[in-house]
Ligand binder design. Structure first.
Ligand SMILES: [Zn+2]
Ligand SMILES: [Zn+2]
Length: 155
């Protein structure tokens, strides 16, 4: 068993999100999220959106995280449209790997385009709403109730 601190220290996506990994190609960031290029792209454009704080996986999310997920999706679409010249609505696939089918244990939303140039294996790995890959809409749909949003200071 590792302590949470150790997990975060060793987490490669925490490192990228805090700017401690100069090899990462960061496309967008704000106080809450960071978007960077996947080092093993499944198509011409393969982006990952992560929260800046460590979240283990979709299983750790509640309805309180819905705005975070919506922001990740919206900014992924903006980066695709503005920086990759891709129409995110018709050309891209978005979603999350579901445990145990997760390689990096820090919540990350994939945005991949154009879907037409993904190989057969990639199409399987990122096939929406399978046992191993869920779209953000499906994840949001299944969020368990979170702490009451009284003052936003919870968690
Ligand atoms: Zn992390
Ligand atoms: Zn993944």
């Amino acid at each position: 068993m590792t302590s949470p601190a150790t997990t975060v220290e060793r987490c490669i996506f925490c490192k990228i999100a805090t700017g401690a990994d100069p090899s990462a190609t960061i496309m967008f960031q704000n106080e809450r999220i960071c978007i960077f290029k996947d080092i093993r792209p499944a198509a011409d454009h393969h982006l990952l959106a992560v929260p800046k704080h460590h979240v283990a996986s979709v299983r750790a999310l509640t309805t309180a995280d819905r705005p975070l997920l919506e922001e990740m999706r919206a900014e992924l679409e903006n980066v695709m449209r503005d920086q990759c010249q891709i129409d995110p609505v018709t050309m891209a696939v978005f979603g999350f790997h579901v445990p145990p089918f997760v390689t990096v244990k820090h919540l990350h939303m994939h945005g991949i385009a154009p879907t037409g140039n993904m190989g057969f294996i990639s199409k399987m790995i990122f096939k929406p709403n399978t046992m191993w890959f869920n779209t953000d809409a499906a994840v949001i749909d299944k969020l368990p109730p979170g702490p009451a949003a009284e003052d936003g200071a919870s968690k």
